[in-house]
Write a protein of this length. Structure first.
Length: 95
């Protein structure tokens, strides 16, 4: 009994961790039930997926680039997107 009286906070801490693990933890209390977010109509990450920009591929290095911020080159009515001026220059030398 003396051990419990002297180390009660260890037991409280271990009990708290066990409670968190057994209840599932996480932002929603565990499980697959996401009814707590926006009436249950939204899964985690879905709002981010709707705001994502479709990336394009640099034809020289294969890097995915944002078409809004990429270096652009229009050749014969086709727009090409590049990650850098170096890739654009290399592409122009080949074409």
């Amino acid at each position: 009994m003396k051990f419990l009286a002297q180390n009660w906070w260890y037991l409280l801490l271990v009990g708290g961790f066990a409670f968190m693990m057994f209840r599932g933890g996480g932002c929603c209390g565990g499980g697959d039930n996401h009814m707590g977010h926006n009436g249950g109509n939204e899964q985690h990450g879905s709002s981010q997926a709707n705001n994502q920009i479709e990336m394009v591929v640099d034809p020289v290095c294969g890097m995915h680039v944002n078409p809004e911020t990429a270096i652009k080159q229009n050749i014969d009515g086709t727009t090409y997107y590049f990650c850098s001026e170096s890739c654009r220059s290399s592409f122009l030398r080949q074409h």
